[in-house]
Design a protein around this ligand. Structure first.
Ligand SMILES: Cc1cc2nc3c(=O)[nH]c(=O)nc-3n(C[C@H](O)[C@H](O)[C@H](O)COP(=O)(O)OP(=O)(O)OC[C@H]3O[C@@H](n4cnc5c(N)ncnc54)[C@H](O)[C@@H]3O)c2cc1C
Length: 392
């Protein structure tokens, strides 16, 4: 094992037991804890707000086999899509977190100016009976699937705890401490306590960009996006079709919202992104009223069954973005024992399993076979100038 794990300190977490500290209990941190646990590493997962309270609890949960092909993320996505299938078997995904295959459609919708929509088209499922201009199939049950992201993340984390002895610690990571002489990590400052560790994984989503150890190397930002969860009236038959919309509002505004029916009978609708400042933590992310209203209009324009139905949740969250659009998964070049896993943008739910599995391999065996992590190496941001100034 490349990184020996030492006991945590005054938090009482696993006293006397070897442990790694994973910072962040989103989908990336939880999957990393699960796969580290499978490899015999005892993990403490730290989160200031709880498990899956940020984007990982508010995402759509759409999974695609080949939509990232041709990009640096292609292999990670293919490996993750397969791992999602395996995990669904291992963790009871169909029952516990709504894993299922589904179809995907591209649909062009123009919001009507009057009251009536266009009516159902013979080629579309009957619930898609709104002002549809055009539609085409873009994914089948062979290549597209979904999970309920919050339930998926919470299931993975609770199995890391029950099966592999992972521990959850509620608290805010203030600093990752690195010995200035040896550049070896010594632990994590959580609130006012020091948790000793020889291995630390930073998986704080967009909040990775608030840690000095990360900003010394690169910047991580967040893009805010909104979503609503609708509960159609009882007895409505909403088929498993994910909809990727090109939507034009009656004022002529264009946007690309997404609509995901869930096995629970709920329908999730998301869109309306904006660049705004990242709040201090996930509990302080507030949805904007105008965005909520627009998403309800989108739903109503797509389907009479979604028009005016009960709204179960109105929410917002932040996508984690890297500078070059490619996730960062791997060792920090300037701090021995510290690993980074973030920047998954709009594909974090899909790509979490292979991220966690590969990172666990890298930590335990010094190399990853699930996916080649070279394209994601954080060291790509280590410029000669940074190397001279900060790390040498
Ligand atoms: C509207 C929307 C829809 C999406 N739909 C999909 C989809 O259909 N499919 C898909 O694959 N992806 C989707 N995504 C993307 C996906 O949600 C993200 O890529 C993924 O959730 C990122 O996970 P994460 O674990 O990196 O970050 P997060 O989920 O943001 O988790 C980070 C965690 O770190 C914690 N934290 C932050 N700072 C601290 C600190 N200092 N101390 C302790 N804890 C801290 C937070 O509380 C949080 O729990 C969507 C995203 C959005 C916004």
């Amino acid at each position: 094992m490349a990184a020996a794990i030492c006991s945590s300190g005054s938090t009482g977490a696993g006293s006397g037991t070897s442990r790694a500290v994973v910072c962040g209990a989103g989908v990336i941190g939880s999957c990393t804890a699960y796969f580290l646990g499978k490899r015999g590493v005892k993990v403490t997962v730290v989160d200031s707000c709880g498990v899956a309270t940020a984007a990982s609890g508010k995402a759509g949960g759409f999974l695609a086999l080949d939509w990232c092909d041709g990009s640096p993320v292609g292999n990670l996505a293919r490996a993750s899509f397969a791992l999602h299938r395996q995990l669904a078997d291992e963790l009871g995904g169909e029952t516990n977190y709504g894993y299922r295959r589904l179809d995907a459609l591209s649909v062009t919708v123009k919001e009507p100016t009057g009251t009536a929509g266009a009516g159902a088209s013979a080629s579309l499922p009957s619930w898609i009976d709104g002002a549809i201009r055009k539609s085409s199939s873009i994914g089948s049950q062979a290549t597209t699937a979904q999970v309920h992201p919050q339930l998926f993340t919470r299931t993975v984390m609770s199995r890391a705890e029950s099966d592999f002895g992972a521990e959850f610690l509620k608290g805010t990571v203030r600093e990752i401490r690195v010995d200035p002489e040896t550049a070896q990590v010594s632990g994590v400052v959580v609130d006012d306590k020091f948790v000793e560790a020889e291995t630390v994984v930073i998986a704080l989503g967009p909040w990775c960009g608030k840690l000095k150890l990360v900003t010394d190397l690169t910047s991580i930002s967040g893009l805010k996006a909104h979503s609503i969860i609708l509960q159609p009236r009882e007895g409505r038959d909403i088929s498993p079709h994910a909809l990727f919309l090109s939507f034009t509002s009656r004022e002529g505004e264009t946007m690309d919202p997404e609509v995901y029916p869930r096995p629970t009978g709920e329908v999730y609708v998301c869109g309306m992104s904006e660049h705004v400042e990242l709040p201090p933590d996930a509990d302080h992310v507030e949805p904007k009223a105008e965005a909520m209203d627009m998403l309800k209009r989108v739903a109503g324009a797509v389907s009479s069954q979604l028009d005016g139905c009960q709204v179960k949740a109105q929410q917002a969250c932040f996508l984690p973005l890297s500078v070059d659009g490619v996730p960062l998964i791997g060792k920090l070049p300037h701090a021995a024992g510290v690993y980074l896993a973030t920047g998954h943008s709009c594909w974090g739910i899909l790509n979490a399993p292979a991220t966690g599995a590969s990172l666990a391999e890298l930590i335990v065996e010094s190399h990853s076979t699930t996916v080649d992590l070279k394209p994601f190496d954080p060291a790509r941001f280590l410029t000669a100038e940074k190397g001279r100034r900060k790390f040498l």
